[in-house]
Structures are given as C-alpha cells and as structure tokens.
Design a protein around this ligand. Structure first.
Ligand SMILES: Nc1ncnc2c1ncn2[C@@H]1O[C@H](COP(=O)(O)OP(=O)(O)OP(=O)(O)O)[C@@H](O)[C@H]1O
Length: 268
C-alpha cells in the first residue's frame, strides 16, 4: 500500500485571521516503508497525520492511498485500509477516554469491526487475530483487565494491539512510543518494522527515528524543513536550527545511521 500527500495546507475553519497551521506539505510513503514525521512541539505533526487519517479535511491539497483520495472512500473502507494509533486516544485514555467500561480484550476486538457486517459477533477467526495481536504486544496476560485501570504504557500497547487486529496495509501512528519505557519503545518499533506494512509515524525521540525509519520528514512551523534518509535529515546543523539544541552526530560504521549525542549546555 502506498500513501501520497500532496500540497497539504490546514487553517482552522471559520478562524478569521488565525494562522495557517500546515502549509505546502507533500510527502509519500512507499510500499512497506516506515517513514518518520519529526519536528518540535507544535510544528504540525499531528495535524498532518489527522489529515492523512481523515479527521481533518485539508484546506488545500489531497491525500491518496494507492492512488485513491481518502475523502472519496467510505469511512468503513478507509478503516480497512489504514489503522490509526492517535494522540487523542493516548491523551483521552488517561481519563478513561470513554472506554472505561471495556476490558482489554474487548478494546482489541474493536479492531475487527471494519471487517464485519453490523451486529455480527466475533467468530473464531476474529478471536484468533485478536489473541495474536495481544500476544505480540505483550498484553495477553491483562486480557480481562478493565482498560481504564491500566497504566499509560499498558494502554498504549493495547491501542497498538487494536491497530494490529485491524490488519490494515497502512499504519498511521501518532507518537507510538508515548508513555512507553525504553524496553517497550524498542519492542513496539521492532514490531512495527517486523510487520512489513507501510507506516508513517510522528516521533519525538530522534534516536528512535534515526534507528528505525527508512526516511524522515522534518517539520518546522507547519512547513517541511528537510526530508531524506535519517543521515541526511539529522545533521548537527538541522538539529541546531530547528530544535535549537547542539548535538554531536556520528554515523554508525555498520548501519550508516546517525547516533546523536545532545549537548544541551553548549550554546547554539
Ligand atoms: N483546531 C485548532 N485551532 C487552532 N490551532 C490549532 C488547532 N489544532 C492545532 N492547532 C495548533 O497547531 C499547531 C500544530 O499542532 P500539532 O498538534 O499538529 O503539533 P505537533 O507537532 O503534533 O505538536 P506536539 O509535538 O506538541 O504534539 C499548534 O500550535 C497547535 O496549537
């Protein structure tokens, strides 16, 4: 599955003189690629992803999956094409997020909804997929727990399991490592990579972006500041100018991927 976003712009509707949040953003994710969207707080990463997963209609520009405009596809078919791990869920779930009454297993089972006719019950095929998704994300032992009682990191893994259960060819992930300790950060990223599906992920952790992504897009104030391989994008100059932090970067001799050492005490 391929993703293409062309000339995306977003301004809050009915906002009078409000500023444009995203301007001129074009990106593509090839079949089986894992692409990272990075940039400082407020640079527009979530807004770009929301346009991709069709929560926000672009003010201008278009998003296409395998050449089809996402707004011309029904919401249900769209859910079969792309699975989303969104920030709203991550933020919302801390307070229950409306899912307070559901068990972990029920939450993950919701990933099967786009594949079933209305009112159909889970069959054994669905149950097997749900079980496997819980196993791969390490949440199987808590299958019967109430979702609301989980820690932030446990909830994040359950939401990842739900996205896996959806078995979509495109994953759209807004900070998938949010709330996760270092072990689970790597486990989730290894899992995403091992799936071999097409994926785009907003990431804060630059070492994760450097290590896992095939290519990166760097946003600054709603516009693309750089794009390319991690080694092309994560340079000392770009990190200083976009993030305002000094860093020393070495390329790993075997992988060619950047290894970043931040030097927060050195002036930019
Ligand atoms: N509905 C809205 N109305 C007005 N401004 C908005 C709206 N949604 C987002 N913004 C603003 O747009 C900017 C980009 O927000 P966005 O959430 O896309 O950034 P981000 O890069 O994902 O940030 P973070 O890394 O902090 O999650 C922010 O300044 C935000 O306050």
């Amino acid at each position: 599955m391929k993703l293409q976003a062309r000339d995306l712009r977003w301004r809050p509707p009915h906002s009078g003189t409000a500023r444009t949040i995203v301007e001129d953003v074009s990106l593509h994710v090839g079949e089986g690629e894992l692409v990272g969207l990075i940039g400082p707080n407020g640079s527009g990463k979530s807004t770009v992803l929301r346009m991709i997963y069709r929560i926000l209609r672009p003010t201008a520009g278009a998003v296409a999956v395998d050449g089809r405009d996402v707004w011309e596809i029904s919401a249900r078919e769209n859910a079969r094409l792309m699975a989303v791990l969104a920030q709203e869920q991550g933020g919302g779930v801390d307070a229950g997020g409306g899912f307070g009454g559901f068990s972990v297993c029920e939450m993950v089972s919701m990933g099967r909804t786009p594949h079933k006719s209305p009112f159909a019950r889970d069959d054994r095929h669905d149950a097997g997929i749900v079980q496997s998704a819980m196993q791969r994300t390490g949440v199987l032992p808590m299958a019967e727990r109430s979702f609301a009682t989980l820690s932030g990191g446990e909830k994040q893994r359950v939401l990842m399991a739900r996205a896996l259960a959806q078995q979509a060819g495109l994953l759209v992930l807004d900070e998938p490592t949010n709330h996760l300790d270092v072990r689970y950060q790597f486990e989730i990223m290894n899992l995403i990579r091992s799936l071999g599906v097409t994926a785009i992920a907003a990431l804060h952790e630059l070492h994760i972006a450097a290590h896992y992504c095939d290519r990166l897009y760097l946003l600054e104030n709603g516009r693309l500041a750089a794009s390319g391989t991690p080694a092309e994008v994560l340079t000392e100059e770009t990190i200083a100018s976009v993030y305002g932090v000094r860093a020393a970067i070495r390329l790993h001799p075997r992988t060619g991927r950047p290894h970043i050492e931040f030097m927060p005490d050195d002036p930019v």
